[in-house]
Design a protein. Sequence first.
Length: 199
Amino acid sequence: MMAGKNHKVFCVGLSKTGTTSLTKALKILGYKANHFPMRLLEYNEEGLGLDFSGADKYDALSDLPVVRFYKELDRTFPESKFILTTRELEEWLDSCSRHFWPGQILKGDFWFNRLHEEIYGAIDYDEEKFRKAYKEHKEDVISYFSGREDDLLIMDITDGEGWEKLCPFLGEPIPDRDLPEEDCFYSQIFKAINIQRFR
């Protein structure tokens, strides 16, 4: 059952590539969107998993849980739209180096640890591993959607790409307002996790 739109949208961009801005933009367009849907993560016999029935309650999902399971989401929800948010590599690495300093990722949080290890090859920032992860992920997504260009949009929000590229891809009218700016979403995540722990 769809949450509201005729198709689902999954952002498969890595953190620090404009995923927060994209999620806010999708909400403006009327999508029930969830940025970094940690509550959908689960642990099963095969390891880290995703609650696909929970995912069906949203029109759009973004960030690392989606990155990790985008192929499974594609198979589970046919006719979905996928957006790969990108960023100039050196600029992205610089942003990550300032954001994922040692100890920033909560060492005791299972989901964060597993996601970062599986996607970046490290919990904390490691330039060599992050550089490799960025290149491999981008190549993997483009290769996976080869021949299905109508299902994948590649956009660089940090370089100014916005509504004029996003809306035609989704079949939505262009809003009479600027695309939302990025903010530091991880700080909100850390705060939420700590609040949850001490409840």
